[in-house]
Design a protein around this ligand. Structure first.
Ligand code: ADP
Ligand code: MG
Length: 217
């Protein structure tokens, strides 16, 4: 494999004296997908949030471009390339198109570029037909695709998905998996948590299991 994009080393995390993560190492490669499984409460969400810069580890180093840094000293600069998506997509009240457009407010695109980018994204995700529907009235699977698309349009280097398929039927899972495969083929790195490895068939390149605070392959 090529060089990792980011290597998280020696992640430790305790909550109130209870150690959740013990010396966890995780390498994220460009255009590859890692599946992280583990029973409820094993620390999957905590690990994703540490990678996303949303939770502070007790200890962690991050290596990139051949250098090691403390988590604290570099997380601010790397987290703009990382998007974390919750299991329950946070959608705004409003249409699908306004939800997808939301992320673009933080970019430097002008009006025409935004409109082109939006159109491309909705077509890319197969959401053009529902573009003007109220997002929250759509099925869980479609809502999750709206959330994926809102992330994709910002072109993060790393996408972290916390149990994205938990409330989806078979067909929605296939559609969501298809979008994720296309994100990967564009070079995006994905870390996804879930219980059932079969759901992610053809998507994941590496599977780790979190048990008693340790990551096992
Ligand atoms: N903010 C928090 N404060 C205290 N304990 C927490 C917090 N977040 C998670 N935990 C605890 O850490 C453990 C791991 O939680 P979590 O990372 O959500 O696991 P998973 O996502 O695998 O279900 C659980 O025992 C949970 O109760
Ligand atoms: Mg969780």
């Amino acid at each position: 494999m090529s060089e990792p994009l980011l290597l998280f080393r020696g992640i430790e995390k305790s909550f109130a004296g209870n150690q959740i993560l013990k010396n966890v190492n995780l390498s994220i490669y460009p255009g590859k997908c890692i599946l992280l499984s583990g029973k409820n409460g094993s620390g999957k969400s905590t690990l994703l949030k540490i990678i996303a810069g949303l939770e502070t580890p007790s200890k962690a180093e991050i290596e990139f471009s051949g250098k090691s840094h403390s988590w604290k000293s570099v997380i601010r600069s790397i987290r703009k390339n990382i998007i974390y998506l919750h299991q329950q997509p946070y959608l705004l009240s409003g249409t699908v198109v306004s939800n997808v457009a939301y992320g673009l407010r933080f970019t430097h695109l002008n009006r025409t570029q935004r409109s082109d980018s939006l159109k491309e994204a909705l077509e890319w995700a197969g959401l053009a037909d529902v573009a003007n529907k109220q997002a929250k009235t759509l099925s869980g699977g479609v809502q999750q695709r709206v959330a994926f698309t809102r992330a994709w349009i910002l072109k993060p280097k790393v996408l972290l998905l916390d149990e994205p398929m938990a409330n989806m039927d078979y067909e929605s899972r296939m559609q969501a998996c298809d979008l994720l495969k296309r994100m990967k083929s564009e070079g995006m790195s994905i870390v996804v948590t879930g219980h059932d490895a079969d759901i992610f068939d053809g998507l994941t390149d590496k599977h780790f299991h979190l048990t008693e605070g340790k990551l096992e392959s």
